[in-house]
Each structure stands twice: as structure tokens, then as C-alpha cells.
Design a protein around this ligand. Structure first.
Ligand SMILES: *[C@@H]1O[C@H](CO)[C@@H](O)[C@H](O)[C@H]1NC(C)=O
Ligand SMILES: *[C@@H]1O[C@H](CO)[C@@H](O)[C@H](O)[C@H]1NC(C)=O
Ligand SMILES: *[C@@H]1O[C@H](CO)[C@@H](O)[C@H](O)[C@H]1NC(C)=O
Length: 345
């Protein structure tokens, strides 16, 4: 069976240029690449530390973590099977291109997405992934941190889960294991799950329905008004604009009902200039000082699946500090129409 790993990092748009390493078996070609990769890492990592005086420490850490992710994933994949694919983000400029973040979450080059995967096969893949996820230490981490968040919110459990922008899970590893995590949380709390991604194929939607998830039919652009009970908003590696849309729609003290799981806000803050943050993702910018962020220790076998992911909550104590006119919002969510990320969900 074909399997591939696409390496991705939070807060980055996947650029056109990427390095692919593919091999069908443990042939000598692969081994020579293995040595080149190892050698490059030995040379690159000290270089990253030389950058310390030049950049903010979080940026240097980010680069270092990113290199480690690539390295670990390659090693993992060498253990698993001989076929792998590495997506490398090229230049800083590319990153600024404001590409549709979600649509380009997983890039396939010569690998055409197989839209004809039968439902049963997708279902089996998801089951196998769930099994693997069940045995992973990350499952414990996730549930432990969620319980911690629930305690801080004085909540008894998660009633609803809204999940946006999962991706083509029938084909790619990241969304597949993210779905496995979602299913784990669903069964732990007996929660109702609503999922949406414009990328889902018909058969992927069918599979989600078989798994007892509610597939949202139209693109809400993240603007779902949550009920007055604890809701997990599950958007691993989703665009910050999508989070912003969600915050805009639920802009009231009832935001205390939300547990947002997705790209770390502190990472986003670190990679965005203050002016850009304020302009393009203003609701997130406004709430940033009041958020409680719980970083998830990234101990999953495929580190890129949950890299840079945090749980974000708004505790009563923090919300009490907010003046009530803070919750006044503009009647229309201001959009930057140049920003393609808005339309993605
Ligand atoms: C979807 O699944 C069905 C049955 O599992 C299969 O016959 C079909 O070829 C698949 N693909 C599409 C595009 O419907
Ligand atoms: C995911 O599936 C959709 C529907 O088949 C397809 O159009 C899209 O290109 C796929 N996404 C990626 C990133 O391959
Ligand atoms: C939300 O629920 C809480 C407790 O169940 C209740 O006290 C509160 O009035 C509700 N708020 C709204 C706006 O419905």
C-alpha cells in the first residue's frame, strides 16, 4: 500500500518548490540520500544557532524545530517503509504570498489525488489510523490537556465539536491522524461532531457519515455560532483567518464555552508583525491578551501532524478583566479581499 508523508509546519504556506525524495524500496539511492540528509542536519543545526543574534529567539527556535521535524519524519518513514515525500518550504518571501492556507495544506506534485478510493477502503484506513493513534502517547497528552482545560473552565465535558479544514484524509497522513484524534475525543466525551472541508471528496464525506459525524453541507467560512455549552473547535493547522472568522461570529463573553485547538496563538504572534496582526486578524489580536494557551507536547510518531498545536481557552478569571464595550464589534467582518485565506474553510 502506498503511504507518504508530507512535511508541513504551522503558520507557513506551502510553497511551490519542494523537495521530494521518493523511493520504492531500501535501495542504495535511498541510503545515499539518508547520509546526505544526516550530514546536512549536522551542518545546519549549528548554523541555526549562529542566527541567534540576528533574529528573535522564537524564530530561531522555530527554524530549529522545523528542521528537527523534517529529520524525525524522514527517520520515521525510513523505519516504516521505503517511500517518502518531503515538502520543503523554500524562501521567506514565498511564505508571505498569502496562499490559501488550507487548500495548499498538502501538496501533491506528480501524485494525483485518487478520487476513486472506495468508501470501504477509506473507512479501513481511518480504522487503522485510529488504532495506531490509540496506542500513541500523544493520545494521553491530548486527553490530559483537554481535561485540564475543562477543569479550568469548570466544565463537565465536551458537548459539541466543530472541525474545519481537516484535508484529504483518504490520501494524506496528517489529516488521517488528525481525524483519528478527533474520533478519540468524540468517543471519550460522547460529543456531537460537525465537520467541514471544501476539499472532502464524496467518498470521504460518506466515510465521515459512517463514522457518525455530521458533515456540514455549505461553506460557513468558520462562522458557526456555537451553542451555550462547551464546544471544542478542532482546527489543527487551519488558517488564522478562519480562527478570526470564528471569533468574530462568537464575539461575546460566551466565548468561555470554546476550547480552540489549532495553531498556537503565541507562534502566530511571533511570526506576524504587530501591524499585520492587528489589521488582518483583528479579533484574534484583541483576544490575545486574555487567552490561556496550553501547548500540546508534540510526541506523536509523525511530528508534523500536530506540530505547533495548542489548546486555547478563555477562563472566567481572564474574561472578568474585559470591559463590556470590548465585545462591541463592527457589523460586518472586514475582509481583505487580497487575502485568499479568507475563503478557505
Ligand atoms: C466511492 O466508493 C464507491 C463504493 O465504495 C466506489 O464504487 C466508487 O468508485 C468510489 N469513488 C467515487 C468517485 O465515487
Ligand atoms: C483533495 O480532494 C479534492 C477533491 O477530490 C481535490 O480537488 C483536491 O485537489 C485534493 N486536495 C489536495 C491538496 O490534493
Ligand atoms: C448559558 O448557560 C448558563 C448555564 O447553563 C446560563 O446560566 C446562562 O444564562 C446561559 N446564557 C445564555 C446567553 O443563554
Amino acid at each position: 500500500m502506498r503511504s507518504s508523508i508530507v512535511i508541513d509546519a504551522p503558520g507557513l504556506s506551502v510553497a511551490d518548490d519542494f523537495v521530494k525524495c521518493q523511493s520504492n524500496n531500501y535501495n542504495h539511492n535511498l541510503y545515499s540520500r539518508y547520509y546526505i540528509i544526516s550530514l546536512s542536519f549536522c551542518l545546519l543545526n549549528p548554523l541555526v544557532f549562529l542566527l541567534h543574534p540576528l533574529f528573535r529567539p522564537c524564530i530561531v527556535n522555530f527554524i530549529f524545530n522545523f528542521l528537527c521535524h523534517i529529520y524525525l519524519s524522514i527517520m520515521n518513514d525510513l523505519e516504516d517503509n521505503g517511500e517518502f515525500q518531503v515538502v520543503k518550504h523554500s524562501s521567506r518571501n514565498k511564505r508571505r504570498n498569502n496562499r490559501p492556507r488550507v487548500n495548499s495544506k498538502f501538496v501533491a506534485d506528480n501524485k494525483v489525488v485518487d478520487n476513486n478510493v472506495p468508501v470501504e477502503e477509506i473507512f479501513e484506513k481511518v480504522q487503522a489510523a485510529s488504532q495506531k493513534f490509540h496506542e500513541s502517547p500523544f493520545r494521553q497528552t491530548l486527553l490530559y490537556e483537554l481535561n485540564k482545560a475543562l477543569r479550568q473552565l469548570d466544565s463537565k465535558g465536551i458537548i459539541d465539536i466543530v472541525c474545519y479544514g481537516l484535508g484529504n484524509f483518504s490520501e494524506f497522513n496528517c489529516p488521517k491522524y488528525q481525524l483519528a484524534a478527533l474520533l478519540t475525543v468524540k468517543s471519550t466525551y460522547s460529543a456531537n461532531v460537525f465537520v467541514y472541508d471544501p476539499l472532502f471528496t464524496n467518498n470521504e464525506s460518506q466515510c465521515l457519515k459512517l463514522l457518525n459525524l455530521n458533515v456540514i453541507e455549505n461553506n460557513e467560512e468558520g462562522k458557526r455560532l456555537i451553542q451555550n455549552h462547551t464546544t471544542l473547535v478542532f482546527m489543527p493547522h487551519c488558517s488564522k483567518q478562519l480562527i478570526n472568522n470564528f471569533l468574530y461570529t462568537n464575539w461575546s463573553p460566551l466565548i468561555k464555552n470554546c476550547i480552540l485547538l489549532g495553531n498556537s496563538w503565541s507562534d502566530i504572534e511571533c511570526h506576524t508583525t504587530d501591524a499585520l496582526f492587528q489589521q488582518t486578524i483583528q479579533y484574534m489580536y484583541k483576544l490575545k491578551p486574555y487567552v490561556t494557551e496550553i501547548k500540546l507536547q508534540n510526541n506523536f510518531q509523525y511530528p508534523n501532524t500536530f506540530s505547533g498545536t495548542s489548546i486555547h481557552i478563555f477562563t472566567e478569571e481572564q474574561l472578568d478583566k474585559i470591559p463590556s464595550d470590548f465585545w462591541n464589534k463592527k457589523p460586518v467582518l472586514s475582509r481583505d479581499y487580497n487575502d485568499q485565506e479568507f475563503i478557505a474553510a
